[in-house]
Write a protein that binds this ligand. Sequence first.
Ligand SMILES: [Zn+2]
Length: 110
Amino acid sequence: MSDVPNARGGASLVLRPETPHGRVYEHVRCGGLTEVTEGDFTHICNPFRPCIETFCCQCSRHVPLNEVNWADTQEVVSAYRKRLRRATPMLIKLWRYGLGVLGGGFLEWE
Ligand SMILES: [Zn+2]
């Protein structure tokens, strides 16, 4: 994670077809922008991995996910994770929660 300049109002969106490796979120209480990258990025984007807080570079502390918005879409990060969970088919959910082995075992048993 790193500091990025506060570019509110001055940023232009660039559409990139490749998979992103990071994203910037804004802590609504302080207006600070923090870029999340690599492992932290995949963690915060995976709605099946426990995550209730993230780091705000401006505050230099962890803040609740419902206090940060993605800077590009303004979507609250906790709402984003809920939306991804809802959009995931049940079998994938079971697999993501680590129960795929259970399901596979059940199928073999039949
Ligand atoms: Zn902050």
